[in-house]
Structures are given as structure tokens and as C-alpha cells.
Design a protein around this ligand. Structure first.
Ligand code: PLP
Ligand code: CA
Length: 302
């Protein structure tokens, strides 16, 4: 018997929610910004939460940038957020490899953008692939055999605007020819919002190509997997019941919070509308929903 989740409640008393937790984990796109545009009222809201002594953490599934690059983005938007408060899925891939003591003499093959390379480098891992393989072509002459580095012990796949057949074949060879090779996905978002004119194929499309050719499932380190939640809880020594996860997406953010045993708040400032939340086809119900995070400042108890 599948029991329907209790429907999300409209947030009425923000202070009550704020007082009930010590940490807020904020998703980025759709909550803090939309593309390169800051969402209304965010600076005041973060300032208010900090003045109340709340710990703020920012988690994004977008692996194209490193923590340092996100630090610059926050700064450009006029927000004072330190690198240590930012957890991108690019960082999660490197943190995962560290957590399992991935050997430093092995290599990582990357299908993805610069953020993943930067984080692997900072963590001291050797890598190949990434944007450098973006213009590689395969010339299929009779008898052609593609070589690959047998020292690759992990393939990391994330969103990649320079994705091509060379990368698919290289990553596939690494995984198929070496049964011990790890297959790690930064995230599996089906779509993303590169422009607001339409939905664009997300990181899940690149991951799906490698699933298709290897017939293997990846280990996902981004939302909604529990890896980052466990990592954060451990790093900051926080109880998951003392966390509120705030996000705009049901199948990544809200599920991430629920998988971690946190309170969850859906904001309607991103990809999910009230209609989608309340659709009979949706089974993921956050504890609360509200329009945008600046409602924290304006919604007071009656
Ligand atoms: N992946 C890519 C490539 C994106 O462009 C985005 C959002 O812009 C995301 C993932 C989702 O990011 P977030 O987890 O911050 O919503
Ligand atoms: Ca989001």
C-alpha cells in the first residue's frame, strides 16, 4: 500500500519554522538566483537569518563551476557567502573520491566542464578528459581501435555542453574494460534552464548516454542522493532534524531533504508551480511551500 504524503502546507508563520531549526540549506538556481539574476529580497533574507544565528549552506547540482567560481558568482551578485558554505556537485564528486580513499596514482576520466576539473585538482586527483576532449573526433577506418588509459579508476559524468561521441566511447571503454572502474554522476537533472525561453537537456542526458552504453547505473553524489547531506551533517556536526532544506525542485531538492530526514520548504520562484505541486501525479510533498525566500522576512504570525 502506497500511502499518499500529507499535502504541503502554505507557510503562514515563518518565525515558527525559523526558530525550529539551526541550519538552512539553500538550493541555488530558482531560490537564490535565476541564471545570472538575483531573486528579489534574497540579501535581506540571508542577513536576517544570519542575525538570528542560523547556519546557512548553499547546495547546487550545477557541476560546471567549482566552489571558488561559485564564491565569485555570489560576490558578483552582492552576497557575502564564503567558499566553505558552498557545496556544488562538482565538489561532491571530489569529496566522494576522497571519502573512499580513491588512490592518487589512479586517474579520473571526466565528462563534464571546468568545475569538476578544478575540484579534482584541488583534492589532488589526476584526471583526463573534460573540455580538452571537446573537439576530438573519431575517424572510423577499417580495423580502427580506440586506445584508453588503463589507469583510469573512475569516470565522473556531469553536465557538458561539449559532449561528443569520443567522450562516450572513451568513458564506456574505461568502465567496460575495467570491472573495478567507478561510474560517478554529479547529478541527473533531466532538464535545466540555460535560458528562460525553454527547458534544456540537463546533466541527466549525459549520464544517461553512459548508462545506455555500459548498462551500469552511476553512483550519484548530488541531490537527491544522501552523500552531500551526510557529508554536511558530519562536517558541521549538525543533526538532520535541525536542518530545513529549501529548494524549487521536487525530485532533487525536496527529495534530498526528505531522504536526509530534514524539514523541507518548496519555493515557487523556480521550476515548480503551485499547480505542479498540487497535481495528482505528484507524490513528493514538502512540509511547507511559499512563493520565495523573502517571505521569511514578511510572513509573521497573525
Ligand atoms: N545543472 C545545470 C547545468 C544547471 O544549469 C542548473 C541550473 O541552472 C542545475 C543543474 C540546477 O542547479 P540548482 O541545483 O542550483 O538548482
Ligand atoms: Ca534549483
Amino acid at each position: 500500500v502506497v500511502r499518499a504524503a500529507a499535502p504541503a502546507q502554505k507557510l503562514e508563520n515563518a518565525d515558527e519554522l525559523i526558530d525550529s531549526v539551526e541550519t538552512f540549506i539553500f538550493d541555488c538556481d530558482g531560490v537564490i538566483w535565476k541564471g545570472d539574476k538575483l531573486i528579489d529580497g534574497v540579501p535581506e533574507t540571508l542577513d536576517m537569518l544570519r542575525s538570528k544565528g542560523k547556519r546557512l549552506v548553499f547546495v547546487t547540482n550545477n557541476s560546471t563551476k567549482s566552489r571558488k567560481q561559485y564564491g565569485k558568482k555570489f560576490e558578483t551578485l552582492g552576497l557575502s557567502v564564503s567558499e566553505e558554505e558552498i557545496f556544488a556537485s562538482s565538489f561532491a564528486a571530489a569529496a566522494y573520491l576522497k571519502s573512499i580513499d580513491f588512490p592518487k596514482d589512479k586517474k579520473v576520466y571526466v565528462i563534464g566542464e571546468d568545475g569538476i576539473l578544478k575540484e579534482l585538482e584541488l583534492a589532488g586527483f589526476q584526471y583526463l578528459g573534460g573540455p580538452a576532449d571537446g573537439d576530438k573526433k573519431i575517424e572510423l577506418k577499417p580495423g580502427f581501435l580506440m586506445e584508453h588509459d588503463e589507469n583510469v579508476g573512475a569516470v565522473v559524468v556531469g553536465f557538458d555542453r561539449y559532449f561528443n561521441y569520443y567522450k562516450v566511447q572513451y568513458g564506456t571503454l574505461c568502465i567496460r574494460e575495467n570491472p573495478g572502474c567507478l561510474f560517478i554522476a554529479t547529478n541527473r537533472d533531466a532538464v535545466t534552464h540555460l535560458t528562460d525561453a525553454q527547458e534544456w537537456a540537463g546533466g541527466g542526458s549525459m549520464v544517461g548516454a553512459i548508462c545506455g552504453s555500459t548498462q551500469r547505473e552511476p553512483l550519484v553524489v548530488g541531490k537527491p542522493s544522501t552523500f552531500m547531506m551526510d557529508y554536511l551533517a558530519n562536517k558541521f556536526g549538525i543533526l538532520k532534524s535541525q536542518i530545513c532544506m529549501v529548494g524549487d525542485r521536487l525530485d532533487t531538492d525536496i527529495l534530498f531533504g526528505q531522504n536526509g530526514g530534514c524539514k523541507t520548504l518548496l519555493v515557487l520562484s523556480g521550476v515548480t508551480s503551485l499547480q505542479m505541486l498540487q497535481s495528482p501525479n505528484n507524490s513528493i510533498q514538502p512540509d511547507f511551500y511559499t512563493n520565495k525566500i523573502s517571505d521569511f522576512v514578511t510572513l509573521k504570525a497573525a
